[in-house]
Design a protein around this ligand. Structure first.
Ligand SMILES: NC(=O)c1ccc[n+]([C@@H]2O[C@H](COP(=O)([O-])OP(=O)(O)OC[C@H]3O[C@@H](n4cnc5c(N)ncnc54)[C@H](OP(=O)(O)O)[C@@H]3O)[C@@H](O)[C@H]2O)c1
Length: 242
């Protein structure tokens, strides 16, 4: 049985990734940080729809320290794939941000995913094929004013994935980034309808992405036939920015 961890499964994109991977036959660890009820609901619905697969919720805060990370990894069954769909942003001028806020965005989006990657490596390399996918952003390719730290973390993920993929390319572990444009999820709830309409007008495809537009590429990268694609950042933006 193939098993994946979906970090950020309670997010707008993560939930759809879980649904698509479950339909493709994957058993899943459904990760949450704060929203346990949502993770339980996702997991129970998937169990009903796919009774021959396993769906287990797991809680983990990406602001945790190294020791907690090690214990967390040791508590998991072997997995074939890890999807990092968690993430936060802090919107505003850099000059208004405290160092603790800057460090938190970097830790949750970049440092902890890198450290978890290191800790997952041994188990991933034991599988006949294995996969890592990070959720990046168009802002990793084109920096966005008022999201400078977020942009830096997403650019960092793309270059990390490219470099790390070369270390493990001969092992059957592929490492890629799926980088969305603007997606219709709670992450954009801080913006008014007017602002989101303005964004939509800039997108050549004429609409925001839905979770399924992004989940499709994650699911495809996890397929055994995708093994020769590694180190890439795949921009899924409706033609916007990149
Ligand atoms: N939405 C967009 O327009 C867009 C565009 C480009 C890239 N992305 C990227 O796509 C990914 C998913 O975005 P989304 O729109 O689905 O976001 P979302 O709906 O805001 O969900 C965020 C997810 O991150 C988790 N999370 C928050 N704080 C955490 C922490 N301290 N430790 C671990 N997990 C934590 C949340 O878990 P709980 O709810 O359980 O706390 C939730 O599952 C992110 O990496 C984001 O940067 C999104």
């Amino acid at each position: 049985m193939r098993r994946a961890v979906v970090f950020g499964a309670t997010g707008g994109i993560g939930e759809t990734i879980c649904q698509d991977l479950a339909r493709a036959g994957w058993s899943l660890y459904v990760h949450y940080c704060h929203d346990q009820p949502k993770a339980e609901k996702i997991s129970q619905e998937l169990m009903k729809e796919h009774p021959n697969q396993d769906f287990m919720t797991i809680q983990f805060d990406f602001a945790s320290d190294h020791q907690q990370m090690k214990q967390f990894i040791q508590s998991l069954l072997p997995v074939n794939a890890v999807v990092f769909a968690q993430g936060i942003t802090k919107y505003g001028f850099l000059n208004d941000q405290k160092l603790t806020e800057i460090e938190k965005v970097i830790q949750i989006n970049l440092t902890t995913p890198i450290e978890l990657t290191k800790l997952f490596e041994a188990t991933l390399l034991k599988q006949d094929f294995s996969r890592i996918v990070y959720l990046g952003s168009v802002y990793g390719g084109q920096g966005s004013a008022l999201e400078s730290v977020y942009s830096a973390t997403k650019a960092g993920l793309s270059r990390f994935a490219q470099a790390y993929s070369r270390e493990v390319a001969s092992t059957g572990l592929s490492v890629n980034v799926v980088a969305p444009g603007a997606v219709n999820t709670p992450m954009n709830a801080m913006f008014s309808k007017e602002v989101m309409n303005e964004v939509q007008e800039e997108i050549p495809a004429g609409r925001l992405a839905e979770g399924k537009d992004i989940a499709y590429w994650v699911k495809t990268l996890l397929e055994p036939e995708s093994s020769y694609c590694t180190g890439q950042t795949i921009y899924v933006s409706g033609g916007w920015l990149l």
